[in-house]
Design a protein around this ligand. Structure first.
Ligand SMILES: Nc1ncnc2c1ncn2[C@@H]1O[C@H](COP(=O)(O)OP(=O)(O)O)[C@@H](O)[C@H]1O
Ligand SMILES: O=C(O)[C@@H](CO)OP(=O)(O)O
Ligand SMILES: [Mg+2]
Length: 448
């Protein structure tokens, strides 16, 4: 073995792959639902009659695999279906009855609107005995859209990208998106009436808030037009938004256009929403794997949030304490964290929140032996890059300096992608076909 960091790096990646596998959408659907005669049984005991026609709709990075799972459970029961997935992976799934359409992420486009139109058509004019099965996962917000009247898809995707770049979190971003859409924020459930609806969701949202996953098309929306306006003001975008968006939100504030369907709306008595895979489920699978590899695993949180570089510094403090005192776990140890950080982009580099956090951690663990940390987006695409994330160790910093790369400069410029491109350390999986947010795997050995 070349150095004491090679095995920890490999172990961190092996554990990360286990986390991705544990979120396999096809398997998750098959574990959650079964068909007995004319009854669809959910794992939580809920039973739904499927004597009428079954229609399938959905969108997200994991929804192609979910559609596969659903076809294998419901087969010929499915009358028709439309599910939107990233166009890069639309050919990956061979489906019989559900039509997959390719759309764009993270920037919604006309393709996303086309998918939205097809979905709305699929669920229009249904009967009370019909059932809609909705398959939603992260990425669904961009992949499926139908804007409110007067607002264009370009205007929606521009404002979404600006909010992201200014550090808005996914709750804030999707609050705005919901109030510009005819699908999000419970509207899809409204359109599916009078049919019944069951939504299977894979969560890529902190705390598994269902109304935020893919902007909650089937979920009561607790957020309001006022919240949407306040968020745009907070990020100093209210003065910049196009007239069309401002006008729609102002009309919403005056009650001239309807609010999104709210909690308590009787409409939701016909709707059942469940989460079938999540960050925590993957963290638990990774902990088991770490145990098998001989480490003491410790899950710290599935709710990691904050500015990526700052969160990175906190993780470094945790690692140092484990090494120094064996608190809160004795080495050889694996700390597992999940969630989603944000990056306030100030420089003009290329990167993603996982790569940026990994770079920040590389600076902090400089010189530590036997330590490697992987920061990975389980969807396989970190920010607007072709990497899922990066793996770093106690030598990364020195190695960079020797090659004339100054880690701090790359961090300042939000250029983590080019740092790892020059030095090595990228983790590249391509679209994984699932999405349960981000993982941090810190492997800590006591070698010095
Ligand atoms: N140069 C950059 N460095 C670090 N992060 C960036 C950079 N450019 C964009 N980002 C971040 O990438 C995030 C979007 O990442 P992405 O992986 O597409 O999201 P998701 O997987 O949640 O759909 C945004 O939070 C944005 O702040
Ligand atoms: O679709 C969305 O709204 C979000 C959350 O589910 O996913 P992503 O961050 O992958 O775009
Ligand atoms: Mg991503």
């Amino acid at each position: 073995m070349e150095n004491e960091n090679e095995k920890p790096r490999i172990d961190a990646l092996t554990i990360a792959l286990e986390g991705i596998n544990a979120a396999d959408p096809e398997k998750a659907v098959k574990q959650w639902i079964s068909l007995e005669g004319d009854t669809l049984l959910l794992k939580d005991g809920h039973a739904i009659n499927v004597a009428g026609n079954v229609y399938v709709v959905g969108a997200g990075k994991a929804s192609g695999g979910m559609a596969l799972g659903l076809e294998s459970v419901l087969g010929e029961k499915i009358k028709e279906g439309v599910v939107s997935v990233p166009e890069e992976i639309v050919d990956r799934y061979k489906l019989k009855r559900i039509k997959l359409v390719g759309a764009t992420h993270p920037k919604a486009s006309e393709k996303s609107v086309n998918a939205g139109r097809l979905v709305l058509e699929t669920i229009s004019n249904l009967k009370p005995e019909d059932l809609v099965v909705a398959l939603f996962s992260g990425g669904g917000s961009a992949l499926l859209e139908y804007p409110v009247q007067g607002v264009s898809i370009e205007e929606i995707s521009d404002i979404s990208l600006k909010l992201m770049r200014r550090g808005a979190d996914i709750f804030e971003l999707n609050t705005v998106r919901k109030h510009l859409s005819m699908i999000k924020g419970g509207w899809l459930a409204r359109h599916a009436q009078p049919a019944r609806l069951v939504a299977l969701m894979i969560s890529d949202v902190i705390g598994d808030r269902m109304d935020t996953i893919a902007s909650g098309p089937t979920v009561p929306d607790p957020t309001t037009f006022k919240d949407a306006r306040d968020i745009l003001v907070k990020y100093r975008l209210w003065e910049e938004v196009p007239e069309s968006i401002k006008d729609h939100i102002e009309r919403g504030l005056k009650g001239e256009v309807p609010e999104t369907p709210k909690p308590g709306d009787p409409l939701f008595s016909k709707v059942k929403n469940v989460i079938i895979a999540s960050n925590m489920i993957s963290l638990e699978a990774m902990a088991r794997k770490a145990g098998e590899l001989g480490y003491n695993p410790l899950i710290l949180t599935s709710m990691l949030e904050g500015e990526a570089r700052e969160v990175g510094r906190v993780i470094v403090s945790l690692i140092k304490e484990v090494k120094r005192s064996g608190i809160p776990v004795k080495p050889p140890a694996v700390l597992l964290l999940g969630g989603e950080t944000t990056v306030t982009v100030r420089g003009n580099g290329i990167g993603g929140r996982n790569q940026e956090m990994a770079l920040s951690i590389a600076i902090g663990i400089r010189g530590l032996k036997g330590v490697a940390v992987a920061c990975i987006g389980s969807d396989g695409r970190d920010g607007p890059t072709d990497a899922a994330g990066a793996v770093v160790d106690g030598n990364t910093y020195e190695l960079a300096l020797r090659q004339g790369l100054k880690p701090e400069d790359f961090l300042t410029n939000n250029d983590s992608y080019n740092f790892f491109k020059a030095l090595g350390g990228h983790v590249k999986t391509g679209y994984t076909g699932t999405n349960v947010n981000d993982f941090v795997i810190a492997v800590i050995n006591q070698v010095d």
